[in-house]
Design a protein around this ligand. Structure first.
Ligand code: TYM
Length: 321
């Protein structure tokens, strides 16, 4: 089984990225041939600062390695080190109906949240389809916000196959069991660009402050809270704590006599503990950036070995070769 996924270096990684994509990807690295890339071409649709892109790209690599990606088992690389993605994206563009892209929610959401409308942003799902198809990927671990993009990928593969003959394999999206979108501090989807995120490797004081600032309703600590499961801090605890601890916190809120201040303190403690080992590994990696750069260079060479022949296959099928 070949597994493939990508993550944009468009900001600092947050716990939504972690639970939606990074953790499942890390778990899958032992179950097949895994290819994970830093989608720097994609980040060009929303980030217009060259130094920041370079910095975020490296930080994604460091964070992913710190969280447990094992470069002996999974290939980690930077998307733009494999420029064949872009050629295939053009090839797929030519069989992509406009209506398919017009229906994509992610484009509309991004525009609604202030990202400028550009051709790149609109055509983003075509590049994403190329990213997936160029590795003959079977399985694509992503958060549920990317489901529609994987469906577009399947549609484009079928369209190309119908037009030029069997060329591409149809991939399957893969979601973590029971996975929901991780919500941000304002109750919307946690996102790098909505200023509602909890960073994976946030600084201690700042993160404590951020979690303590989650706005809750005005019920007194004594009041029982029968709707405890809907509480935002509880929902975050559900991701970062073992089930027994989550259940215990829910019961305490339901019973009454447990204030929101204490709940948020508990949330911070659990968060801090959850990423403790990864934080220590990250400190080591930050002192060894040459190693990180070497992992990316080795990864690019391995990724290209797969991507080049698949791109060749597409070129031959449509008569470019
Ligand atoms: P990106 O960079 O926005 O997010 C990376 C991964 O994190 C998941 N994610 C979340 N999961 C749960 N809750 C959240 N709040 C949350 N926020 C983000 C996303 O679902 C994603 O899996 N288009 C992709 C990058 C990409 C890609 C690809 C992925 C480019 N080419 C090919 C797979 C295959 C994106 O913008 O992810």
């Amino acid at each position: 089984m070949r597994i493939l996924s990508g993550i944009q270096p468009s900001g600092i990684l947050h716990v939504g990225n972690y639970f939606g994509m990074m953790r499942p990807s890390i778990e899958l690295q032992d179950q097949g041939e895994a290819y994970y890339f830093i989608a720097d071409y994609h980040s060009m649709t929303s980030l217009y600062d060259a130094d920041l892109r370079r910095d975020y790209t490296r930080r994604v690599a460091v964070d992913f390695l710190a969280c447990g990606l094992n470069p002996e088992r999974a290939v980690l690389f930077k998307q733009s080190d494999v420029p064949e993605h872009v050629e295939l994206s053009w090839i797929l563009s030519s069989v992509c109906p406009m209506g398919l892209l017009e229906r994509c929610h992610s484009y509309k959401d991004k525009i609604a949240n202030g990202v400028s409308a550009s051709h790149g942003l609109f055509a983003y799902p075509v590049l994403m389809a190329a990213d997936i198809l160029i590795y003959d990927a079977d399985s694509v671990p992503v958060g549920s916000d990317q489901k529609q993009h994987v469906e577009v990928t399947r549609d484009l593969a079928q369209k190309f196959n119908q037009t030029y003959g069997e060329t591409f394999k149809l991939p399957e999206p893969r979601f973590r069991d029971g996975a929901e979108t991780v919500l941000g501090l304002d109750g919307q989807k946690m996102s790098k660009s909505y200023n509602n995120a909890v960073e994976i490797f946030g600084e201690e004081k700042a993160t404590r402050k951020r979690l303590m600032s989650i706005v809750m309703d005005s019920r007194t600590p004594d009041e029982p809270k029968p709707d405890a499961e809907k509480n935002l801090a509880i929902q975050l605890i559900k991701h970062i704590a073992p089930t027994e601890i989550y259940q215990d916190e829910v019961e305490k809120l339901k019973a009454g006599g447990y204030g929101y201040g204490n709940l948020k303190k508990r949330l911070f403690e659990l968060y801090w503990e959850y990423f403790r080992d990864a934080r220590a590994r990250r400190d080591e990696l930050m002192n060894n950036l040459d190693y990180v750069d070497q992992v990316l260079a080795n990864g690019a060479a391995k990724a290209r070995e797969i991507a080049r022949p698949v791109n060749q296959r597409a070129r031959r099928a449509c008569g470019l070769d």
